[in-house]
Design a protein around this ligand. Structure first.
Ligand SMILES: *Cc1c(COP(=O)(O)O)cnc(C)c1O
Length: 394
C-alpha cells in the first residue's frame, strides 16, 4: 500500500499512508488499544521472538495503530523507517542517546528549544560526551567546530523562539566529512515546508504534539531515518527503554495528519497576514518571520523552506511590564506555551519556555524581555489582526 503512494501528493500520503484495515474493513484506522498479543502455539511464540515469523509481540516494541502512524510519517518525510515516541522530547532523547557514547563529540547551535538544550548541555557531559555549542547561523563556526571527529550534529531550523535559519545542506556537507550524523528537529517548518533528508540530513525528529496533532489533544513524537540507523541503533534502544507512543495517541495523530497540509497552509496564510500587520504598527519594534523579505536570512529561508510556516516572533516597543500588559489585553489569542495548534497561542519566552536558559545566553540569542512568540492558528485572519491591534493600542 505504502509503496503505491510514493509518487502521490502530500495530502494523499497524509490521508492514506500506511493504512491497514482489519477483517472488519473499517473506513477510519482502528485503535488497537492493547498492550499484548497472543500466539496460536508455543512454537509460534518462540518463532516470533526469534524473528522468524512476522507479527506483533508487545506494544512497547510495536503496535498496529502506532505502526500505521510510523509508516505514514515515513511516506511523508521520504524516510525508510521510524520509531514513534510518547513525546517530542522522548524522540530527541532517543535519537541522541541511542547513538552517542562516552568520548564522542556533539555539535549544536545555542539557539535550541529549552529542553533540547538541557539534554545537550546538561545531560550529555554527565556521560562523558564532549559538546560544542555555536552560533548556528555562522557557517565559519560550524566549520571550526567540525574539524574534529564528531558523532552527531543536532539542530533546529527555524529555531525557537528567534526563528533563526540554519543552512541544513551546508552543515550536512561539513558534518559528513568528520563522520557526524545530522539530526534535524523539524517542528517549526513541518514536513509540509521543509524536507531535511532531501537537504542532506540523516535523521529527522518531530514533536507530533505540535502541528501533527495540532488540536491540543495529546503528546507524541517520532524519529525518522534510513533503515540501518533506525533498525540497528534506534530500535533496540527504543524497545528496551520504552519511550513508546500510546496507540490511542497514535490514532489521534493519524487523524491530525489527515488535515495537516490544509491546516498548515491556512495557518501560514494567517501568519503572513499577521506578520505584515505587525510590521506596519508603530508599537512593534521588530517582527521576525521567515516568510518576510526583512528576515535576516530571507534568502536561505526561501532556499530550504517552501513557506515561512506558522510562527511569528516580535518585539514590543517597551519593557517587560508593557509586554505583559499587551499580552494581558489580548481577548481572543490565548497565553500558552504550546504551538502549532488550531487556536492562536502566544507566549513570553524569556519567562516561560526559556526561563531555564541563563540570562547571558538569552541576551546573546536575543530572547529579550519585550519578545513574544505567536503561534498563529486557524481563526479568521481579520479577527486575529483586530485582537493584536487592540492589545497593542492599550
Ligand atoms: C515542543 C518541542 C519539542 C518537544 O516536544 P514535546 O512533544 O513537548 O515533548 C522539541 N522541539 C521543538 C522545536 C519543540 O517545539
Amino acid at each position: 500500500m505504502t509503496k503505491d503512494l510514493k509518487n502521490k501528493g502530500l495530502a494523499t500520503k497524509a490521508i492514506r499512508g500506511g493504512l491497514e484495515r482489519s477483517q472488519f474493513k473499517e473506513t477510519s484506522e482502528a485503535i488497537f488499544l492493547n498492550s499484548g498479543f497472543v500466539y496460536d502455539s508455543a512454537e509460534e511464540a518462540a518463532g516470533r521472538f526469534r524473528g522468524e515469523n512476522d507479527g506483533f509481540i508487545y506494544s512497547r516494541y510495536a503496535n498496529p495503530t502506532t505502526s500505521v502512524f510510523e509508516e505514514r510519517m515515513c511516506l511523508l518525510e521520504g524516510a525508510e523507517a521510524a520509531r514513534a515516541t510518547s513525546s517530542g522530547m522522548a524522540a530527541v532523547n532517543l535519537a541522541i542517546m541511542s547513538h552517542v557514547k562516552a568520548g564522542d563529540h556533539v555539535v549544536a547551535p545555542k539557539a535550541l528549544f529549552g529542553s533540547c538544550l538541557y539534554i545537550i548541555e546538561q545531560i550529555l557531559p554527565r556521560f562523558g560526551v564532549k559538546v560544542t555549542l555555536i552560533d548556528g547561523t555562522d557557517i565559519d563556526q560550524w566549520q571550526k567546530a567540525l574539524q574534529q571527529p564528531t558523532s552527531a550534529v543536532f539542530l533546529e531550523t527555524p529555531s525557537n523562539p528567534t526563528l533563526e535559519i540554519v543552512d541544513i545542506a551546508a552543515v550536512a556537507d561539513l558534518a559528513h566529512k568528520v563522520g557526524a550524523k545530522v539530526i534535524v528537529d523539524n517542528v517549526f517548518a513541518t514536513t509540509i515546508y521543509q524536507k531535511p533528508l532531501e537537504l542532506g540530513a540523516d535523521v529527522v525528529i518531530y514533536s507530533a504534539t505540535k502541528h501533527i496533532d495540532g488540536q491540543g489533544r495529546c503528546l507524541g513524537g517520532i524519529v525518522l531515518s534510513d533503515e540501518e540507523f533506525i533498525e540497528e541503533v534506534v530500535a533496540p534502544y527504543h524497545k528496551h527503554t520504552g519511550p513508546s507512543l500510546s496507540p490511542f495517541n497514535a490514532w489521534n495523530l493519524l487523524k491530525g495528519l489527515e488535515t495537516l497540509e490544509l491546516r498548515v497552509e491556512k495557518q501560514t496564510d494567517n501568519a503572513s497576514r499577521v506578520a505584515d500587520a505587525l510590521a506596519e504598527n508603530a508599537k512593534v519594534a521588530r517582527v521576525i518571520y521567515p516568510g518576510r523579505d526583512d528576515h535576516p536570512q530571507a534568502a536561505l529561508a526561501r532556499q530550504q523552506m517552501k513557506r515561512g510556516s506558522t510562527l511569528v516572533s516580535f518585539e514590543i516597543n517597551g519593557d517587560q511590564e508593557e509586554t505583559f500588559a499587551f499580552l494581558n489585553r489580548l481577548q481572543l489569542i490565548d497565553i500558552s506555551n504550546n504551538l502549532g495548534d488550531s487556536k492562536s497561542l502566544i507566549t513570553h519566552p524569556t519567562t516561560t519556555t526559556h526561563s531555564s536558559v541563563s540570562e547571558e545566553l538569552k541576551a546573546e540569542l536575543g530572547i529579550n524581555s519585550n519578545l513574544v512568540r505567536l503561534s498563529v492558528g486557524l481563526e479568521t485572519a481579520d479577527d486575529l489582526v483586530e485582537d493584536l491591534l487592540q492589545a497593542l493600542e492599550g
